[in-house]
Unconditional design. Structure first.
Ligand code: FAD
Length: 326
């Protein structure tokens, strides 16, 4: 099936995560232009293959490959990469899409190296030109946008979350299910001893459509109450900077930037954040950026759509008060 776009699904408790539906949209766009098929690969344990085939089929997938085994319940790079490498060797898809997520960032390079495929990371666009697929990706911490051509037959990319819209269900038939052989998978070289799920009512940072981030200017861990209150009023995720994480005020999982998470929400609040290049690279593709900073020269104002110069301890409570009136 050389004429296929393969989406590597990300699942949580057997259910597709938002990034999977976003990748489906991207895959369908390319597939429609080239008259290709869309296939999805789901890996896990005790998956509801028929349910997934309906869900993905309604959103434009033609085929669902399923690798189901007890040993695949938790993500581990060795068996997951082996499944993908085998599938790619057998089916030779034209394009393989992963999420630009912790899992995709770990898995995609390993698979690309194995099958000798070119990999474009963190893509924010796909273009078809002369029957070739081109990849749009930010470079140099977002200072430049590159259009990349991949020379290998099988092309791979990791897709930035929140860039394509979520695929909506239509009247498509259930995807055809193909079970993959999982008999001879390599043992993982690491063992997951414990999974600590952070119990937050807030949306996941990379999936949230609004992110409220506080930086060192917030002044201390206790002052993050107002950041959290604003986030909760807006149904937003809380983000932060490395300076704050290094100071131990907030957990690493909230860090946005080059060495943290990449976010691309509809609305991003940068509160008490100077706008260092390493932070900006993780949030500059947000649709609207609102910056609150007492220093009018702070670099964050260069990329902000709305800037408020002033003390965040006065401005954020005022914002909260006004939003509560809505
Ligand atoms: P600061 O730069 O100290 O800025 C605080 C801001 O708050 C200032 O602009 C100040 O004017 C403002 N402020 C202070 N008080 C108030 C107030 N009362 N009201 C309003 N405004 C106020 N950083 C990241 O964020 N993410 C990364 O992934 C990351 N990766 C890095 C990787 C490398 C290799 C390196 C070298 C650095 C990395 N950094 C990263 C660190 C980055 O360079 C900055 O140091 C960091 O982003 C600064 O965080 P900040 O904006 O919270 O703090």
């Amino acid at each position: 099936m050389a004429e296929t776009v393969l989406v590597v699904a990300e699942l949580a408790d057997g259910k597709p995560k938002k990034i999977t539906y976003e990748m489906l949209t991207a895959a369908r766009e390319v597939a429609d232009e080239l008259d290709y098929e869309v296939a999805v690969l789901a890996i896990g344990n005790e998956l509801d293959a028929d349910g997934l085939a309906e869900t993905f089929g309604a959103r434009g997938a033609d085929v669902l490959f399923v690798a189901d085994d007890e040993g695949l319940a938790e993500y581990a790079v060795e068996p997951y990469a082996a499944i993908l490498a085998q599938l790619i060797e057998d089916e030779e898809p034209a394009l393989v899409l992963f999420g630009f997520t912790p899992t995709g960032r770990d898995l995609a390079p390993r698979v690309a190296a194995r099958v000798k495929a070119g990999l474009a990371t963190d893509i924010t666009g796909l273009r078809v030109e002369d029957d070739d697929i081109l990849f749009i990706r930010p470079m140099y911490s977002g200072q430049a946008i590159a259009t990349v051509k991949i020379a290998s037959d099988v092309k791979m990319a990791t897709v930035r979350p929140n860039t394509w819209p979520v695929a909506q269900p239509g009247d498509g038939d259930a995807a055809d299910v193909e079970e993959l052989d999982v008999d001879d998978l390599p043992e993982p070289r690491t063992e997951v001893l414990e999974v600590e799920v952070s119990k937050s009512e807030r949306p996941e940072l990379t999936e949230a459509s609004i992110v409220v981030s506080g930086g060192r200017g917030v002044g201390g861990p206790e002052n993050f109450k107002i950041i959290e209150e604003l986030a909760d009023l807006l149904g937003a995720a809380v983000g932060t900077t490395r300076a704050v994480v290094d100071a131990g005020w907030r957990p690493y999982e909230e860090q946005v930037g080059q060495t943290g998470k990449t976010v691309s929400p509809q609305l991003y609040f940068a509160i008490g954040i100077s706008g260092a290049i390493q932070h900006i690279s993780g949030m500059r593709t947000s649709k609207y950026i609102v910056a609150i900073n007492k220093d009018p020269e702070a670099p964050i104002f260069k990329i902000a759509d709305y800037g408020i110069v002033g003390d965040l301890h006065k401005i954020v409570p005022l914002l909260i008060e006004e939003i509560k009136k809505l």
